[in-house]
Ligand binder design. Structure first.
Ligand code: SF4
Length: 213
């Protein structure tokens, strides 16, 4: 968790090398954008777009290249990655759990320099282009927040709920609820728009688009 995984490239492998007619993908908001772009402009993806049966996007504030997260763990949790059994981000901290039961908290402000720079111009926190987006933020511990965004997403979700695979509650009935999610999504947009603006002023605006402008 919390480093880059080339999920999108495996769609091509799954459909071409393994001949699958129907694939699902789970990914970050930027990967959902790549999937939709690939479906609209299937350059190098011939015969793949119609085989993407479901795209599930997660919430994402930032991400780390693998080498950076190894370094972060060594620098601030004073352990090697092979001793780590779980990592988490929550309550303003980066949490590292080791196999010997130690729990190390690292303040998020020291983790920023390890993040991948592309995340600092990313404006989507909630996978707006997915069929279904989900993440833990907004829901109590042990629950997930789920947004159904498309007809296809709704078909899959309704059937799964009808089959008893998920227990659901309206988000209005739980704490911290939509308020926290909205706050974090807005914080990401505001913070990263500043970086976009800095880069624009620096003269590298050509490849960067701000959909909220
Ligand atoms: S912050 Fe944006 S660019 Fe970075 S991994 Fe998450 S969705 Fe992708």
């Amino acid at each position: 968790k919390y480093n880059l995984s080339p999920n999108v490239s495996f769609i091509k492998e799954a459909t071409r090398s393994y001949g699958l007619d129907k694939v699902g993908i789970v990914g970050t908001p930027c990967q959902m954008q790549a999937v939709r772009k690939g479906q609209l402009y299937p350059i190098g993806l011939r015969d793949v777009p119609d085989k993407i049966a479901l795209a599930i996007g997660i919430f994402c504030m930032e991400n780390f290249p693998y080498q950076s997260i190894v370094q972060l763990v060594e620098d601030h949790a004073n352990t090697k990655m092979e001793n780590v059994v779980k990592m988490d981000i929550g309550k303003g901290k980066f949490w590292v759990y080791t196999e010997r039961g130690a729990v190390i908290q690292v303040p998020l402000k020291v983790t920023h320099k390890y993040e991948q720079p592309g995340c600092h111009v990313c404006l989507d926190y909630v996978s707006s282009l997915a069929d279904i987006s989900t993440g833990s933020v907004g829901s109590p511990d042990g629950w997930s927040t789920v947004f159904i965004r498309t007809k296809k997403g709704n078909e899959v979700w309704s059937k799964a709920v009808a089959d008893g695979m998920f227990e659901t509650k309206p988000i209005e009935d739980v704490k911290p609820g939509l308020e926290l999610l909205t706050k974090l999504a807005k914080e990401k947009i505001d913070k990263n728009r500043k970086t976009l603006e800095e880069r624009r002023n620096f003269g590298v605006n050509k490849a960067l688009r701000d959909p909220y402008a």
